[in-house]
Ligand binder design. Structure first.
Ligand SMILES: NC(=O)c1ccc[n+]([C@@H]2O[C@H](COP(=O)([O-])OP(=O)(O)OC[C@H]3O[C@@H](n4cnc5c(N)ncnc54)[C@H](O)[C@@H]3O)[C@@H](O)[C@H]2O)c1
Length: 359
């Protein structure tokens, strides 16, 4: 146990996190922990008393997101590429559970960097999964996406058994990795769980304005003209804090309930069309919006979140409707004044120099 770990709450005490193999609090390696979801998840885990190791290569030059927690008790950072076996070995040292968030995330960035996307989201992630047993990892949580459902009939709610219809390289790689894990459940000791997460919204230390709710909110709060494509297409949304809560819920559930299971993460109430989202913002701010038909993104899906609710007791706590006025105030209070000049920090637009397509 390091000096920092000794400052964590006592493992095994009432209300504290489970004891890990070190005899101290369980340690979670969050791969991609410096990103939008990871920044919130890591802080939530630390606040609960877990030890956390972040493995991240700051793909968008966004090390700023971890500055404030570098010296937190229980926190360790491994700055490196998940595709390197030596980096993975260093990051998994003393770790009990692994959460794999790191990927090229989103349709546009995966289209822009197809080779890098396959290399990280498939080859690198598969090699990481293969290393888990060697390091005696107990739980593995993979963040997949509801984008896997792609295109659904408006009247049908997609559930975990619905057929998958990935419409982008991003979703193809997520489906590919899901199938890779599910295809070898019996040959590994680790307990894996696959989460198909709704499109995220909410505030994070690594804010992303390339995500629909956040993007619409920033533009409308600033009264910048906004073009909205295919206004009647449905999409489910999930707050970053709820995503973190769902991941922790899986880590803390009986393995029999989560081993080899797929769960959608979000809430039925946060299924919205783009026009409905715009309506939410227009309740609070008057802004110029133009609706444009036949955009490049054909995705249309509404999703059921009944399984995670009934099997694990997970209920989302945050709604789009509550977040909308918060985001408008945050933008109008000047929090994101540098979002245009520091564009790569605030979204997945361009990978930093020096990241090789393949290793
Ligand atoms: N944001 C969403 O709307 C959303 C929706 C559904 C699912 N998800 C899933 O949640 C996860 C996190 O998404 P996010 O929005 O935080 O994305 P993000 O792009 O903000 O974070 C990804 C992180 O992974 C890191 N990373 C990428 N390649 C790496 C590599 N080779 N080695 C080490 N680190 C690497 C990046 O530096 C970044 O910090 C992803 O798996 C994504 O598919 C996100």
């Amino acid at each position: 146990m390091t000096l920092q770990d000794s400052k964590l709450p006592q493992a095994g005490a009432a209300g504290a996190v489970p004891t890990g193999k070190s005899g101290g609090p369980a340690r979670v390696c969050v791969v991609g922990g410096a990103g939008y979801v990871g920044s919130v998840l890591v802080r939530t885990l630390l606040a609960r008393g877990y030890g956390v190791t972040v493995l991240d290569n700051f793909l968008y030059d966004h090390a700023l997101s971890v500055e404030g927690i570098y010296d937190e008790p229980g926190y360790r950072l491994v700055n490196g590429d998940l595709r390197r076996a030596d980096v993975v070995a260093q990051a998994l040292d003393g770790v009990d559970h692994v959460v794999l968030l790191a990927s090229l995330v989103g349709d546009p960035i995966s289209k822009k960097y197809p080779e890098l996307t396959r290399s990280v989201n498939l080859d690198g992630s598969q090699a990481l999964f293969a290393a888990l047993d060697t390091h005696d990892i107990d739980r593995f949580v993979f963040t997949s996406t509801c984008s896997n459902y792609g295109l659904m009939d408006d009247n049908t709610l997609a559930d975990e058994t619905s057929s998958l219809n990935p419409l982008s390289l991003y979703a193809e790689t997520k489906v590919g990795f899901e199938q890779f894990v599910l295809g070898q459940l019996d040959s590994h000791k680790v307990c894996p769980t696959l989460l198909r997460i709704a499109t995220a919204f909410g505030m994070s230390q690594r804010m992303r304005f390339d995500l629909t709710v956040n993007e619409f909110g920033r533009a409308m709060a600033m009264k910048t003209p906004l073009d909205v494509y295919d206004k009647d297409t449905w999409r489910p949304y999930a707050h970053v804090r709820d995503i973190s809560g769902a991941i922790i819920k899986v880590l803390e559930s009986d393995s029999a309930k989560v081993k080899g299971e797929v769960f959608n993460v979000g809430s039925d109430d946060n299924n919205y069309t783009k026009a409905m989202l715009v309506e939410e913002f227009l309740r609070h701010v008057d802004a110029p919006v133009a609706f444009v038909e036949k955009g490049a993104d054909a995705r249309n899906y509404r999703v059921s979140f009944a399984k995670i609710r009934t099997q694990l007791g997970f209920e989302a706590q945050h709604s789009v409707a509550e977040f909308v006025p918060q985001l408008i105030s945050a933008v109008q209070d000047g929090l994101y004044g540098r979002a245009d000049t520091l564009k790569t920090y605030y979204g997945n637009y361009q990978v930093r120099d020096g990241v090789p397509d393949t290793l």
